[in-house]
Design a binder for this molecule. Structure first.
Ligand SMILES: [Zn+2]
Length: 287
């Protein structure tokens, strides 16, 4: 009997040790400022996405279209700073050690993917006036924040809110597929309050959308303009915005789903923020 109890105790203790080691919980009083990335993002990008921008991403962009919280005059702005937590999934298990007969896993923080996610946000932070903060991975956040989760195959790249929704909201990055600097920035800008450029209320002056060419189920990504609350901030329409789709996104038959008014094709740009992207962010956040 004693032997059984001892065995059970050892197993329980072992499990506790395993759990404690496998999920390190950082103690944090609150979100902390982002640090300038220690590595060159271009090098990271190349390392993680050696095929350059030829990756296929479903770019589902669910975006909770229907929750038109992108209205800068309502409560969707991040008044006390834009706050994000990166899921522990991004810190892969890189090493393991043995403790008696138990394997103790060690998470190495700051893997390449996590650095790219942080670096992309840091790059946004250098261009706007609100602080961009983070809850350390593994800490227990409170208040309003964005949780960047790692999605499996087919899960897509999306933000489940446009602007601050209150409490925890999700950015999903499919891996592989969505972990590029441009896509990370795109989804963060959704969460900061911007919808896609092609749904601006003035979009029909600049583009023609062909609903019959859009994949079934994705037509909602191209709603008619004049969605409640969306404004242009007086910034010119920008085909090169990091928030603009390309002509062939969500194409049902391989034909363009939209064209410029002069019939030319829109080439998607996901390298960085354009001056107009920055201008809109600054106007929204009163920079
Ligand atoms: Zn999007």
């Amino acid at each position: 009997m004693l032997r059984i109890l001892t065995t059970v105790f050892t197993l329980v203790l072992g499990e506790l040790l395993l759990q404690c080691s496998a999920v390190p919980v950082a103690i944090a009083d609150g979100p902390v400022p982002l640090q300038r990335p220690k590595v060159d993002l271009a090098i990271l990008e190349q390392e993680l996405n050696p095929t350059d921008f030829n990756i296929t991403c479903t770019t589902r962009d669910s975006d909770s279209i229907g929750i038109f919280s992108g209205n800068p005059n309502l409560n969707s702005r991040w008044r006390n700073g834009y706050i994000v937590q990166i899921a522990p999934q991004w810190s892969k298990i890189l090493s393991k050690k043995y403790f008696r007969d138990k394997i103790i896993y060690f998470y190495i923080s700051g893997t390449a993917q996590a650095q790219l996610i942080e670096g992309a946000r840091y790059e946004i932070s250098t261009k706007i006036c609100i602080p961009i903060m983070k809850w350390p991975t593994g800490s227990a956040p409170s208040g309003d924040y964005v949780y960047i989760q790692k999605g499996g195959s087919g899960s897509g790249c999306y933000s489940d809110g446009i602007g601050r929704r209150g409490g925890r909201q999700i950015i999903n990055l499919q891996d592989p597929g969505c972990v590029t600097k441009g896509i990370i920035m795109h989804e963060n800008i959704h969460a900061m309050g911007f919808h896609h450029e092609q749904v601006r209320p003035d979009r029909n002056n600049y583009i023609t959308v062909y609903p019959n060419e859009i994949v079934d189920g994705s037509k909602r990504q191209y709603p008619v303009p004049n969605l409640p609350g969306l404004v242009t901030f007086g910034v010119p329409y920008d085909f090169s915005s990091i928030m603009h789709y390309g002509s062939y996104d969500f194409s049902k038959y391989g034909n363009p789903t939209m064209r410029k008014k002069d019939d030319s094709i829109i080439v998607k740009q996901r390298n960085g923020l354009t001056n107009n992207d920055v201008a809109k962010l600054r106007k929204m956040y009163n920079c």
